[in-house]
Design a protein around this ligand. Sequence first.
Ligand code: FES
Length: 129
Amino acid sequence: MSDATPRRVRACRATDLVHGQMVVVPLTRVRDYIPREALVTRDDSGRIVAYRNECKHLPIPIDGMTRKFFDKEGTHLLCALHGARYRVNDGQCISGPCRGASLEAVALEFDGDEVFVIDELVNGAAGPT
Ligand code: FES
């Protein structure tokens, strides 16, 4: 019998995370050849948010593994392949081929100053990256 408790993965210290910064947190992989990651950042109001690093147009990392996540203005998340732009505050795509769709939100937990993402995938996975 498997343990169905979601895994809590440390992301960063909240006080170290500044606006415009991105913290990439490896999550449990489903397929060995595609990374599964959470992106943790701050929105314009300063709230910490987290999304899966997976475009809603095609199931690939939005940065195409360039580790560049924002558009040139630094105001939206940008998919490197076809240019979909996502709002930081709610993950919704505002332009590009998947307009109207939203990045998958990743749950966060806070323990004092420590920020954790909740990796909901615990069954049938290949193991942590
Ligand atoms: S794969 Fe992201 S916009 Fe096409």
